[in-house]
Design a protein around this ligand. Structure first.
Ligand SMILES: CC(C)(COP(=O)(O)OP(=O)(O)OC[C@H]1O[C@@H](n2cnc3c(N)ncnc32)[C@H](O)[C@@H]1OP(=O)(O)O)[C@@H](O)C(=O)NCCC(=O)NCCS
Length: 171
């Protein structure tokens, strides 16, 4: 084993660019029955939305896309590659977004989540998001049906550390 091979791979966040979209789309298509199109990502990047990857070395673990607003961020996409779920990567991405929000003087992060997406809802609830409403028939569903979205909001406490970072010692 040479010196390069012994160097530990760094896990962390970096900005998403259009050159990442082949890898991003490969995960997106695995992760959702109704995935974003490539156009959703290119439009988000062109609009200057906050779009970041969670990586270990050159491997893509997950990503998030958020639209900045007045004193708020709207989380549009949070995805972890199926092979890397349950290892704290979504919480790390939320901790990253919380840092971004604080840097932008945002006071709230908003999101919509499918009513049936128990795993994601649990993640957000444990993080500190609260359900504050329902958008009826917001998402497409199987057999031409529609599914409600639960609207969730997390209000940043400027004095407190992010719950996810504290609980799991994330980088
Ligand atoms: C929902 C989703 C983002 C969760 O990602 P994830 O990386 O598996 O989530 P995390 O690992 O951060 O957290 C999940 C669980 O792992 C636990 N965990 C956190 N850090 C951990 C660690 N270092 N080691 C082991 N487990 C850990 C968390 O406590 C959490 O457990 P809990 O459900 O009991 O609270 C992922 O399943 C996904 O991409 N799903 C498909 C797309 C989707 O639905 N996205 C959300 C759209 S709104």
């Amino acid at each position: 084993m040479n010196a390069v091979e012994r160097r530990p791979l760094v896990t962390g966040q970096r900005p998403m660019t259009v050159t990442d979209l082949d890898q991003v789309m490969a995960i997106e298509l695995q992760a959702y029955p109704f995935p974003w199109s490539r156009g959703h990502f290119t439009d988000s990047l062109a609009a200057g939305y906050q779009a970041d990857l969670r990586v270990v070395g050159r491997e893509l673990l997950g990503y998030c896309v958020a639209m900045p607003g007045v004193e708020e961020l709207h989380l549009l996409n949070l995805t972890v590659a199926p092979a890397h779920e349950g290892q704290g990567h979504a919480r790390a991405l939320l901790a990253h977004l919380a840092e971004v929000a604080r840097a932008q003087k945002a006071v709230q992060i908003w999101l919509e989540v499918r009513e049936s997406n128990a795993r994601a809802r649990r993640l957000y609830e444990r993080w500190g998001f609260e359900a504050i409403g329902l958008r009826k028939g917001y998402y497409p569903a199987a057999l031409g049906q529609r599914e409600h979205a639960v609207v969730m909001r997390w209000t940043l406490d400027p004095a407190a550390a992010e719950p996810g970072a504290a609980a799991h010692g994330l980088d």
